[in-house]
Design a protein around this ligand. Structure first.
Ligand code: SF4
Ligand code: SF4
Length: 79
């Protein structure tokens, strides 16, 4: 399997746990979310709070940051 396909499948799998969809700052476009692991959104972000600390992915990775949709992936991301 090539790396691009592998990452696509991985992102889809992690996005099941991602709670960006219920965040007031979510750009609400058709994106696979999981910005903490795969980088920032292509769209403008209006900061209205970040719910990442409530997310399973954030907790198990011991992430510390917020607003990944705007800033890009967490420095602790291993992907
Ligand atoms: S930590 Fe934030 S960006 Fe990462 S999966 Fe959870 S809600 Fe999505
Ligand atoms: S990364 Fe944080 S601020 Fe951005 S949409 Fe996800 S939960 Fe909201």
């Amino acid at each position: 399997m090539n790396m691009h396909l592998f990452k696509k499948i991985l992102r889809k799998t992690i996005s099941v746990f991602c709670i960006c969809g219920r965040c007031p700052s979510y750009p609400k476009k058709k994106e696979p979310k999981t910005y903490c692991e795969f980088g920032k959104s292509e769209f403008d972000v209006k900061k209205r709070g970040c719910v990442c600390p409530e997310c399973f992915v954030w907790k198990i990775n011991r992430f510390k940051d917020y607003y990944y949709c705007e800033k890009g992936k967490d420095p602790r991301s291993k992907i």
